[in-house]
Write a protein that binds this ligand. Sequence first.
Ligand code: ATP
Ligand code: MG
Length: 529
Amino acid sequence: MEWLKVIAMEDRTADRPEDTVVRMVGINKSFPYVQAVTNGFFELRKGEIHSLIGENGAGKSTLMKILYGLYQPDSGEIFIRGEKMDKYTTGRAIRQGVGMVHQEFMLVNELTVAENIILGSETTKALGFLDLAKARTMIRKYIDTYHLDVQPEKIVNNIAVGEMQRVEIIKALYRGAEILILDEPTAVLTPQETQNLFRVLRSMREDGKTIVFISHKLGEVMEISDRITVMRGGKYMTTVNKADTSPAQLSRLMVGRDVMLDTRRVPAKPGEKVLEVKDLFVLGRRALSTIKRISFDVRAGEILGIAGVEGNGQSELAEAIAGLLEVQEGSIQIDGTEVANQSPRAVRDAGLAHVPEDRNQRGLCKEFTVYENLSAVRTDDRTLTKWYWRDEKKIARYGDGVIAKYDIRPAEGKALAGSFSGGNAQKIVVAREVEMNKKLLVVAQPTRGVDVGAIESIRGILNDVKSSGHAVLLISADLDEILALSDRICVLREGRISGEFDGNNVDIEKLGMLMTGGDEGAKAAESAG
Ligand SMILES: Nc1ncnc2c1ncn2[C@@H]1O[C@H](COP(=O)(O)OP(=O)(O)OP(=O)(O)O)[C@@H](O)[C@H]1O
Ligand SMILES: [Mg+2]
């Protein structure tokens, strides 16, 4: 059976021009500080899953936004099913059956899932009112056909990210998508959810739909793709059949040299307690994520990793420490100062730097420049002022240093933060917080959406922060990241610490059990109290 499938796939990817549903040729697109796409080329065949890969800022999202009609190219041609597209807009793209699920979701939190799905779609507009009954039937059909697990009646605010993504997918299908672009869909998913998404994508492929998949995780790319297109620095590199390539070849094509992700833990020299959390109780957005009286501490010169499946209280924990979420009971001390229920500003003054998991909502002021974002948190920094005024020259000099150190691209401090690619925006947030040089650094999902090269450098920076004697609380859904960096590991499950490990001596199987609450995990958690 496996053989037959392989042959069928080979057949599908064979050279048959009549199967070409999209051809983008000679695409150029420039923005104020960069040429994002240069002589771009992209070709899609009906019924394939086609990965688009490349470093942060390589132009992947831009090229796909052009295909979705969101950006107008400066020059170049787009053909859909052989027909040349003129005056191409999003409306036209949707009528041509192109749908896109963005890197950042675009749902209205206060509305239900069903309302979000039909919002703004052509049929609604034509009718002038919401035909909810008909919409529900259609939504139900998609849910059943592709095993998309969503609950149409729920308010979006109350659903988890994985479900939001499925809602975005149904929304695109509802508008008639035959060609579906998914921009880094797995960045926010647990491994389990990623597997579910892949099942959905495969069944859509069976149905003749064509899928573009963007990801920085080569393992996923090798698992799901029929073909792979590589971009580097805005240029088209090549398109290969999955069967003819390897992760090593792909990363060479993306980066131009060999990359090896091999972060080593540096020995810890734990000093005094910098963060002390005692009997903390914080109401969660969902029952599972309520923090239920947990206690732990982080010492100077060590990294404490919080492992766990997302949605088990990680976000609430970080937000409570940062003064962004109300604490019901218990205490949080930073360097001996009680900070529970203090303002974010007061918590910073007590010694906190914080890389939030959601760089869009909390991480950056998109309408401000990189210089402004980097310096805004340093209001007391005398090296950036002249008398009492901000000194733009000093700020620029400081900013340029940070941009170089963190390899933020493009290296343009005057560019607006909102104009950076996903991974580069993440680097700006990490840079700003780490450079505050605070006693405690709380980082949530620090390498989400960044490319392999940048993962390496951000992890190196976290090690440096620790070596220089600061305390680091690392919250990450990426178990490899936790294992690579942590001196100690606490497992958070359903708002409780279900186990603790020494970073040098981890029983990975047991750790996995404790995270998911497998049988063993449940027993261990019980006996642990
Ligand atoms: N709206 C915009 N305004 C200005 N510059 C932009 C805009 N969108 C993208 N850019 C720039 O174009 C380049 C390509 O960005 P793009 O978002 O396409 O990269 P990407 O390959 O998707 O990267 P990532 O993996 O980080 O998401 C980047 O240098 C980025 O700064
Ligand atoms: Mg992108």
